[in-house]
Design a protein around this ligand. Structure first.
Ligand code: F6R
Length: 241
């Protein structure tokens, strides 16, 4: 695992942006894996800035988001599809029909998960996957205990994850209890993984991710077994390494 320590959140976002630009520019049909949450917001703003400056085009790209809350439609302001439209997709030239996010409001969620896997397989594989890190070590919404070889599936969200994400909702009761997420096995098939971490509150999870035992109890620890992972973090997030 390559580790890049940055002085600030903005520098973390810049470094991640450089890696994505490189991937998009070198590939005729780049496939990107994207995350939501607070951590990649700066990265998405940088990508928009680079696009507006004419330095990159996403017209040949395809994107797959990691996850979506069960029951939330794309036009629900708390859905991850809404977040992606708002923070990135509406501001760049990525074709809307190639910006995939699991459909949270699909009638048959299990089928939606199978179809999502098939879409990723049709695209070849994800060239570069952006990840954030849950305080409990989750990646995507793969909570502790998720089998390391899992594929896209429906999950029950941990109480701690619902609490951590309640800041985006009117109250914790409004945070859905379930989500659809790419599996750990799915994520591990990406050509390159860029894990972004920022802030002191991530420091313990980062320590376990880098130096801890590889175990389903700490899903992110599996990244130790991937050949091409770049961990980009600010000083605070990396302070316990
Ligand atoms: C989001 C996702 C989650 C987040 C993680 C960190 O699509 O898959 O795993 O990356 O919960 O969230 P933030 O960045 O808000 O700390």
């Amino acid at each position: 695992m390559k580790i890049i320590q940055t002085k600030s959140y903005d520098e973390m976002s810049e470094k991640a942006c450089e890696l994505i630009l490189e991937q998009v520019q070198k590939s005729e049909a780049p496939v990107l894996g994207l995350a939501t949450g607070s951590t990649p917001e700066g990265l998405y703003q940088q990508l928009i800035d680079q696009y507006k400056a004419g330095n990159v085009s996403f017209k040949n790209a395809t994107t797959f988001n990691l996850d979506e809350y069960a029951g939330l439609a794309a036009d629900d302001p708390n859905s991850y599809k809404y977040y992606m439209n708002d923070k990135l997709f509406n501001h760049i030239d990525l074709p809307a029909e190639r910006a995939f996010v699991p459909r949270g409001d699909a009638e048959n969620r299990e089928k939606e998960c199978r179809d999502y896997e098939a879409l990723i397989a049709d695209a070849g594989h994800v060239d570069l996957q952006v990840l954030g890190l849950g305080l409990n070590g989750h990646i995507g919404f793969n909570e502790p205990g998720t089998p390391l070889e899992s594929r896209t599936h429906v999950v029950d969200l941990d109480e701690s994850t619902r609490k951590a994400n309640a800041r985006f909702f009117p109250s914790i009761e409004d945070v859905p209890a379930q989500a659809l997420t790419m599996g750990i096995g799915t994520i591990m098939e990406s050509g390159q993984i860029v894990m972004l971490v920022s802030g002191e509150k991530k420091a313990d999870a980062v320590k376990q991710l880098v130096n801890g035992e590889v175990t389903a109890d700490m899903p992110a620890s599996i990244l130790q077994r991937h050949e091409n992972v770049i961990l980009i973090g600010d000083e605070r997030a990396l302070s316990k390494l």
